[in-house]
Ligand binder design. Structure first.
Ligand code: AMP
Ligand code: ZN
Length: 465
């Protein structure tokens, strides 16, 4: 039974999809004005863990992620570089997905760009204008917060503090300014991109984009919506207001927010030298798998303090998993199954599942994995592990990998691995034929694939570096 903290109620609630079958989920995506930083990726890794967990429950998933490809910062930067909006945002959108792939983040079913959905946004604004919930002024269109009495329910802001009638029309504004917000923005700069529409010439506000696109693909009411905690207010509050005021239906059942990442205990800041992109860390020689491990290791509702010490420890944890699997795969084991080791596995598996069901407690799930490693290592030393135990433990590590994406299993039977087995067999033949030049060449090929081999009396063992 999956339980998640629903920001809407502030409580841990049991989650199942409304139709019992497909989880319809919207993940607020990146604003592509620059490369995403590791704080952004903490959030995207969290949404990936959530996604993988949902799939493990046997539900289908329909995940929609937006790409915010028009906003003040993007326009400013594209104008400064004198390139059109699409050229500018394509570069960072591609970089975002490249980085996501390096971090093992699965691709959502539907990736939607704001600028491809202007007619959907216009239709939503028109609806709000007709209902007299939106009003035009100075070429822009605003949402009248006083027309939506439950405004503030998600973030629990005190609505008495709302300065009703005051207006904010920038994309990024102070959290303490809960005022009428902009839906449609009249152009200010000469060269600013604009759309000619029947609600006027201009461009959409950021909040509008997420309401229009989520409802287009997921329906007026859907299961789940995610974002970092900073999006709770005003972004998500405004999404709820726009959507519910237009449709009269509850917008989202579960709101799930992940906490921020800090660097060495501080907010990420270029000036303090505490601002990192994924590529900065890869350039420093860190394995994306270790970075992912670090991001996964702290449950999403806790702040994560990124430190290089922590990253080194994450790399060591990955090594421990690899070493364990190497050791297990190359051990000489007797046939059959040892009951005590089987019990250790059952226990680890149920602790792992229960931890992830408990609001995605990745820290406890990882503790279950490492407890198993410790106990089975001792059992391997004592010679009690049997063939059947190995097969089941290896199969479970495949499952752990499907769920957390932190095990690159050396003994997995993937394509790359069968290629390794093939090369090792060829090398053996070459050596038997005393063709050492060929044997060396094959060894080099394996090294190039980051495969380390070791010749033992029982044959050649190998693992990924
Ligand atoms: P943006 O590209 O700025 O729209 O942000 C994309 C996502 O990253 C949002 O859901 C933010 O809440 C999240 N985010 C931004 N900064 C951080 C951070 N330091 N730690 C965790 N998540 C963050
Ligand atoms: Zn959004």
């Amino acid at each position: 039974m999956l339980k998640l903290t629903n920001t809407l109620s502030g409580e841990l609630e049991e989650f199942t999809p409304a139709d019992g079958k497909t989880v319809r989920i919207y993940v607020c995506g990146p604003t592509v004005y620059d490369y995403a930083h590791i704080g952004n990726f903490r959030y995207f890794v969290f949404s990936d863990i959530l996604r993988r967990h949902i799939k493990s429950k046997g539900w289908e998933i329909l995940e929609v992620m937006n790409i915010t490809d028009v906003d003040d910062k993007i326009i400013e930067k594209a104008l400064a570089e004198d390139v059109d909006l699409r050229t500018y945002t394509d570069k960072y959108t591609d970089a975002f997905f490249e980085d996501s792939e390096l971090l093992g983040i699965e691709r959502p079913e539907q990736i939607v760009r704001a600028t491809d959905h202007i007619p959907d946004m216009v239709a939503l604004v028109r609806d709000l204008l007709e209902k007299d919930i939106a009003y035009a002024e100075g070429g822009s269109i605003y949402f009248r917060v006083s027309a939506f009495p439950s405004y503030g329910r998600l973030s629990r802001i005190d609505t008495r503090e709302l300065k009703v009638g005051a207006r904010v029309d920038v994309d990024e504004y102070d959290k303490e300014s809960p005022q009428d917000f902009v839906l449609w923005k009249a152009p200010k700069l000469d060269k600013e991109p604009r759309w000619e529409t029947d609600i006027g010439t201009g461009r959409p506000g950021w909040h509008l984009e997420c309401s229009a696109m989520s409802m287009k693909y997921l329906g007026a009411s859907f299961d789940m919506h995610c974002g970092g905690v900073d999006l709770m207010f005003p972004h998500h509050e405004n999404e709820i207001a726009q959507s519910e005021a237009a449709t009269g239906k509850p917008f989202v059942r579960f709101w799930v927010h992940s906490e921020h990442l800090k660097v060495e205990g501080q907010k990420m800041a270029k000036s303090a030298g505490t601002f990192y992109l994924l590529r900065d860390l890869i350039d420093k020689g860190f394995d994306p798998l270790a970075i992912r491990y670090l991001l996964v290791s702290v449950p999403y509702r806790k702040q994560l303090n990124f430190t290089f010490d922590g990253l080194h420890q994450a790399a060591q944890s990955i090594d421990r998993i690899k070493e364990f699997l190497f050791r297990l795969s190359s051990a000489q084991l007797a046939a059959g199954e040892d009951a005590s080791t089987a019990g250790v596995l059952d226990d680890a598996r149920s602790r792992f599942d229960a931890a992830l069901d408990d609001d995605l407690n990745t820290a406890v799930a990882l503790a279950a994995v490492f407890d198993l490693i410790r106990t089975v290592n001792t059992a391997l030393e004592a010679g009690t592990v049997r063939e059947q135990n190995r097969a089941r433990i290896e199969a479970w590590f495949d499952e752990v990998d499907r769920r957390l994406g932190i095990v690159r299993r050396a003994s997995a039977r993937g394509d790359k691995d069968s290629r390794v087995d093939e090369l090792i067999a060829q090398r053996k033949e070459a050596r038997a034929a005393r063709d050492f030049a060929l044997a060396d060449e094959i060894r080099q090929q394996l090294t190039d694939m980051n495969v380390v081999i070791e010749d033992t009396k029982d044959g050649t063992r190998w693992r990924f570096e």
